[in-house]
Write a protein that binds this ligand. Sequence first.
Ligand SMILES: [Zn+2]
Length: 212
Amino acid sequence: MNESEPVVALSEAEIKHQRRLAQYRKHYNSHKEQAREYYRKNKDKFAKRCVEYRKKNPERHRENARRQYAKNPAARIASTVKSQKKHAAKRAAYMLAWRAKNKEHLLRYYHEKRVTPEWKIRAIQAHHKRTALKNKCEVRATKTDLKKFLESATHCHYCGTNKAKLTVDHFVPLSKGGAHALENFVPACKSCNSSKRDRDPHEFMRSIGRLL
Ligand SMILES: [Zn+2]
């Protein structure tokens, strides 16, 4: 006998609640099935309600989304990618329509920014930097180094042409641990650069008969 433990009598309401809870547990699975069935039948209604809620409470919706993302970022990203893939055709059509509608704006944008030599250098530098970081390569060359290098390039290191437009090639490819640095730069025509890809430079030169 333990006298220190008091016997608590349940109130009427509590008993009722307990009884209801027991009922709920007993029928839990069939309830769940019913709820699912109801949702399936009224899917459109739920979707509409969701859209309305988002419109009415943009702040709360954003906050909810943020919380969901923090809980499991990988899952949220996967779900977004899945949805984007599912609606790929719709998205593409939307983008096409948007581009058509904003043609002038886009043209202005391209002309003002993208076609300037400065922008091109910037894009090339960014691209190489990304690849270098991905492969854990050293990055020492700056945008200015790249610009100067391309300006002073006279002929393709591999085929010797001076007629084609020259690009920067990493002699030891970034994917093989080569650095994004001046001493690893060689000028290459577009054709040589794209046929070399990430091959070993010596192997490539042998294959085009420049090295025995
Ligand atoms: Zn070449």
